[in-house]
Design a protein around this ligand. Structure first.
Ligand SMILES: NC(=O)c1ccc[n+]([C@@H]2O[C@H](COP(=O)([O-])OP(=O)(O)OC[C@H]3O[C@@H](n4cnc5c(N)ncnc54)[C@H](OP(=O)(O)O)[C@@H]3O)[C@@H](O)[C@H]2O)c1
Length: 350
């Protein structure tokens, strides 16, 4: 019997899936995933189909998971307003913890996946390098009610909590079109198919400013580190690859990957310009023997358009994690080439 039992909420998503895959071959861990949809990748983990917004369903399905030792909370809903998102974020966490905690006698840790949006990076410039204790932004911010509720709930309990704040998580999930990686990979593949150079489609300032990435696999190692290291207990940590980059430095390398020239910046409204590309994608699928996918399932172009429009530095300090014992680092340029290569090997892109 495994020493640890991980209950991973959001197990089909970019972050959750990376953790499922990371723990898959580890005999010290049994893994149980939660999502509404079915497991859509190969892993030994048992998946439970559950809508965490449905309290009665949580009670019916989770009440017998008495052997869970660690909860990794990576689920996120995507309603249209920030206020509704904050409300739902709290509801899905409360529905899970209030059901699991009383039955899981050996519960050791509950971890929240947060992000640089904690500092308001999705809204505009924020003080950099961001530190974990920086003043909060004007609410609503969906991370805050989850965080405050969990910290309060932990008081007087034997289990501990942690929070991780990655930025720009690069990993694959076929269940989430809000994906940095898919947007980059499909934009490159379509540019090549149309005989175009790889022009940067975002704003000039984004091309030049400092950016930071988080490799989903690296994040998965960090999740386990934060959940099992006494020095990381009851704290939140920024969590990135640990290097900084600029798209202008990376762009020639990405163009090389697609074997096309690196073009200059040409800002385009991606969502509008890609709206007619579904037939082209279907044709490319037949021509190159790709896995059968719909563009709309893989990419939310509006997301990439928003991300690539931000014209300010995005930096988080990793000092707190390092002082607490985290030593990992990923070269973001190598990460991009590896992930694009994997998308080619798995026949998502030509
Ligand atoms: N991706 C990034 O670049 C990034 C960067 C920084 C921080 N983060 C943070 O990391 C966390 C996870 O993000 P992600 O990108 O991994 O999200 P994601 O890919 O959209 O995954 C979300 C997961 O939640 C599940 N889910 C959604 N609604 C649910 C519900 N009502 N009940 C049960 N499961 C539900 C989804 O599966 P089903 O649809 O099958 O239910 C999916 O498994 C979020 O808090 C996000 O803010 C992400």
């Amino acid at each position: 019997m495994a020493e640890n039992v991980a209950l991973i909420a959001g197990a089909r998503g970019i972050c959750g899936r990376a953790l499922v895959e990371h723990l898959d071959d580890d005999p010290a861990w049994e893994v149980i995933g939660i999502s509404r949809g079915p497991k859509d990748f190969s892993a030994g983990a048992r998946f439970i189909a559950l809508d965490l917004l449905d309290r009665a369903a949580c009670e019916a399905v989770l009440g017998n998971l008495s052997h869970v030792t660690h909860v990794f909370f990576n689920a996120v809903t995507r309603p249209s307003t920030a206020a509704q998102k904050a409300e739902e974020a709290l509801a899905i966490l409360v529905n899970l913890i209030e059901v699991i905690e009383p039955v899981a006698a050996n519960l050791k840790h509950v971890q929240l996946m947060q992000g640089t949006n904690w500092y308001g990076s999705h809204l505009g410039p924020f003080p950099t390098p961001a530190g974990e204790d920086d003043p909060r932004m004007m609410p609503p911010n969906f991370y805050y009610p989850q965080h405050d509720w969990l910290v309060e709930r932990r008081k007087g309990k034997s289990w501990t909590w942690s929070g991780l704040r990655p930025h720009g998580v690069y990993g694959f999930s076929s269940a989430n079109p809000v994906s940095h990686l898919n947007g980059l990979a499909l934009y490159g593949a379509i540019s090549k198919e149309l005989g175009l150079p790889l022009r940067f489609p975002g704003r000039p300032g984004h091309f030049e400013r400092i950016y930071q990435f988080t490799d989903a696999r690296h994040l998965a190692k960090g999740m386990v580190w934060a959940a099992t290291s006494p020095g990381a207990a009851d704290a939140a940590f920024n969590f990135t690859n640990g290097d900084f980059q600029r798209w202008c430095n990376l762009w020639p390398m990405i163009a090389d990957f697609f074997a096309i020239p690196a073009g200059p910046v040409q800002t385009i409204p991606l969502a509008a310009m890609m709206a007619d590309k579904e037939p082209l994608w279907a044709e490319m699928g037949r021509k190159y023997g790709l896995r059968e996918t719909q563009l709309a399932d893989l990419v939310d172009w509006g997301f990439n358009e928003r991300i690539w429009a931000t014209e300010f530095d995005q930096l988080s300090s990793m000092n707190k994690a390092r002082k607490a014992g985290w030593t990992g680092v990923v070269d973001s340029a190598e990460m991009l080439l590896r992930l694009l290569g994997e998308m080619r090997e798995t026949r998502i892109i030509p």
